[in-house]
Design a binder for this molecule. Structure first.
Ligand code: NAP
Ligand code: F7E
Length: 365
């Protein structure tokens, strides 16, 4: 039997790290693309390095030749294209870079496969997004809901979605999109709203931060657990025919509800007062303002009503959208961040103690 060989772009990201673990457990040979940076940030996959079937390669989504050479060398049977400038707010500040990586990058992957004559043997998963629905035209959103992208990120991802569909039809390639709604975890980037909240709740509860500043508290999201969602990426490529799927939980909450529950798990009950930019989250026990609104986190255009309908994935892929509930997700993220903040303190204390000891012994002066 021929070996399953996966190439993952975006392997150092939240989803790339979980997907690597998932595929390694299934016996895949996993190759990941990393890019050069002055600080080698591989925290999410450090535990996998050295695993016999796990290999990392330098390449960049902006560099066609690196992708062509790598696809030729690895000869993947499946490519998971997860690499992206994935922050919606940042896409307003860096729209050209976002377009290059998130739109043209997808084309570069497709052409790298064609250049190496692998179009009939290599399946491709594209990380599409609920942001495509943007200024939503129907609620909840399914595979037939029209797209209305509402940020430079979403417009770039729209190109990615359509070029995948085009190559599927033009060249008979097995390439598909997962239209994934927001998915979070202990490994979520720290500037996305959920992780920003869980880290701040942990710090405020331990007296390390006074107040958390957020943007639009009314924004509605369908939040799932990233570890559950990577299974679905794989299931999409194991389906008989190449098709696009909405991946979501089917449950919606506001940013305010996420914050209320996160602070609860950190031992702080919140009371909300005021409206709009004057709204405050107050610690019921102390009367202190621990959450406030800052216009810095408002977006020029914001997507405010995302709610996915995962019926197709449930029926055709046998995927369980409710494996981890919203309540479980918030709790596991807060628990993780409470331990992380406490460990940072412990590490700082050890460093201080060592320094004091070294000074005393004259080892450092
Ligand atoms: P993430 O944590 O931000 O990871 C993004 C990955 O892309 C990182 O590994 C990053 O590398 C890599 N990358 C960025 N620019 C690159 C370039 N020029 N060349 C090579 N690699 C590059 O994102 P995520 O949450 O795991 O999301 C994975 C994918 O799903 C993304 O395409 C995202 O747009 C999409 N998506 C995410 C969600 C969600 O809720 N998480 C929902 C729908 C769709 P560095 O580590 O070097 O920065
Ligand atoms: O914002 C509001 C913000 O940045 C969620 C990416 O993975 O999911 C993600 O994009 C909502 C927005 O995620 C703050 O205005 C309020 O309405 O966590 P987020 P996102 O923009 O939904 C999609 C599906 C992707 O594809 C993307 O790659 O929360 N919000 N206050 C805030 N957001 C942030 N970041 N920070 C705040 O302080």
């Amino acid at each position: 039997m021929s070996k399953n060989i996966a190439l993952i772009t975006g392997v150092t990201g939240q989803d790339g790290s979980y997907l690597s673990e998932f595929l390694l457990a299934k016996g895949y040979e996993v190759h990941g693309i990393i890019r050069r940076s002055s600080v080698d940030y591989r925290e999410r996959i450090a535990h996998l390095e050295g695993t016999p079937n796990f290999h990392l390669h330098y390449a960049d989504m902006g560099d066609s030749m690196s992708l062509v050479k790598l696809v030729g060398k690895v000869q993947p049977t499946e490519i998971y294209n997860l690499a992206a400038q994935s922050h919606v707010q940042v896409s307003f500040d860096a729209p050209e870079f976002t377009a290059d990586v998130d739109a043209v990058g997808v084309l570069r992957i497709l052409e790298a496969v064609r250049t190496n004559h692998l179009e009939q043997s290599c399946k491709i998963y594209q990380a599409s997004t609920s942001e495509l629905y943007g200024k939503v035209e129907e609620v909840p959103q399914n595979e037939k809901t029209p797209f209305h992208p509402y940020s430079p990120y979403a417009v770039a991802k729209l190109y990615g979605f359509w070029i995948i569909k085009e190559y599927r039809e033009a060249y008979n390639m097995f390439c598909c999109s997962g239209i994934l709604f927001n998915h979070e975890s202990e490994r979520r980037g720290e500037t996305f709203v959920t992780r920003k909240i869980t880290l701040a709740a942990a710090r405020i509860a331990q007296g390390k931060q006074d107040c958390l500043y957020l943007g639009n508290l009314d924004s509605l999201r369908d939040w799932g657990y990233a570890k559950d969602y990577v299974e679905c990426m794989w299931l999409i490529l194991q389906h008989d025919t190449p098709e696009d799927f909405v991946i979501a939980t089917g449950v919606q909450h506001t940013v305010r509800e996420f914050a209320t529950l996160a602070f609860h798990h950190a031992g702080i009950e919140l009371r909300w007062e005021g409206e709009g930019v004057n709204e405050k989250g107050i610690d019921v026990a102390t009367g202190k303002v621990v959450v406030a609104v800052s216009e810095d986190f408002y977006r020029p255009t914001d997507v405010v009503n995302l709610w996915g309908d995962p019926t197709k994935a449930k029926k055709e892929l046998g995927w369980n959208p409710q494996a981890t509930s919203f309540e479980q997700l918030v709790e596991l993220m807060v628990k993780h961040d409470i331990a992380k903040v406490a460990a940072e303190d412990a590490a700082a204390n050890i460093r201080t103690m060592n320094l004091a000891e070294f000074l005393e012994k004259g080892i450092v002066k």
